[in-house]
Design a protein around this ligand. Structure first.
Ligand code: OOG
Ligand code: NI
Length: 307
């Protein structure tokens, strides 16, 4: 009989799977809409098990300050083989973002954004720096081979719990800033790919109609369904889950947490004649779209959550 080794060497792919699993587990606990969507899909026979769902991408938000922001955050996933791709700029929201392609095609893409803190008012900058001042980049002292350590890092406070007054001041100027000061690196959303679902559910219009009938509420900023100018990327998202957040000193206030997104990536024109069973990710519209993303950000904004 072969005895199992006492020390298991874990490869980066396994570590990444564990990190992604931890993110999804906590996110599902925090966002009841996730289970609602799964239940609707099971009930309608769209899927037999949630494992069949393809996760198009996950998204994170960061504060663009020294030792944090994308330059720090991206090191985590690039360590596991993610590659930085296109950049997106959101002038009015003062945000920069990149998407990252995964090391293997079944894994979710990552969309990560950063607030350009230095473009905010002096007061907002002062508040943000008071919480986010770091002597060094915390990712540099993280053992990225240790999935548990990374899972803990992504769900830890990172900085002291904000006061409700500071949260409200930030909220007036940048809803994104307020979101990050409280929620930090919590998963902002995961995204169900709809194009590989069965007919009747495999377009964004059909899928959104299906979920609206089941009582889910969608972000209506710029129209419920956001379409890229080339027509290839179609997205919609729910309105963020409200959470009773506890602030410094014990104040409780209802704030926006995370949401769920849905994406349809159409087959690129040059592959329209390929047989359906040969279509894979590389034959569909890749990347993201600034105009779509600009409105999807508003899933956590009071203009949507207060509707
Ligand atoms: C990200 C919004 C953009 C997309 O798929 O374009 C986005 C966010 O709300 O942080 O998710
Ligand atoms: Ni998204």
């Amino acid at each position: 009989m072969i005895s199992s080794p006492t020390i298991q060497l874990v490869n980066p792919a396994q570590t990444l799977n564990a990190v992604l699993g931890g993110l999804m587990r906590r996110y599902s606990e925090r966002v009841p809409d996730v289970q609602k969507v799964f239940d609707a899909m099971l009930d309608a026979g769209v899927i037999q098990s949630p494992d069949e769902i393809e996760n198009d991408h996950i998204a994170f938000r960061t504060m663009g300050v020294p030792n944090l922001g994308l330059a720090s955050f991206e090191k985590i996933f690039m360590h596991y083989g993610y590659e930085r791709r296109d950049e997106y700029n959101f002038i009015e929201k003062k945000l920069s973002a990149y998407w990252y392609s995964p090391p293997t095609p079944k894994l979710p893409r990552i969309f990560a954004s950063e607030l350009r803190v230095n473009e905010l008012s002096e007061e907002a900058q002062r508040i943000i720096h008071r919480y986010t001042n770091m002597a060094s980049d915390p990712v540099d002292s993280l053992d990225l081979a240790d999935a548990e350590a990374v899972d803990h890092f992504l769900h830890q406070p990172l900085w002291t719990t904000p006061t409700l007054a500071d949260y409200k001041t930030l909220l007036k100027e940048s809803e994104y800033a307020a979101w990050v000061i409280y929620n930090r690196y919590y998963l902002n959303h995961f995204t169900i790919s709809v194009h590989n679902l069965k007919p009747g559910y495999n377009t964004i219009d059909e899928f959104v109609a299906f979920l609206e009938n089941r009582g889910l509420r969608f972000n209506s900023a710029g129209g419920t369904i956001k379409v890229s100018p080339d027509g290839g990327l179609r997205q919609a998202s729910t309105i963020a889950q409200m959470i009773d957040a506890e602030f410094a000193g014990g104040d409780i206030f209802r704030i926006a947490g995370s949401y769920v997104e849905f994406a349809e990536r159409r087959i690129l024109p040059q592959f329209h004649d390929l047989p359906a069973d040969q279509i894979t990710r590389q034959h569909r519209r890749e990347g993201f779209e600034t105009g779509n993303a600009d409105k999807i950000f508003e899933s956590t904004f009071t203009t949507q959550t207060g509707k």
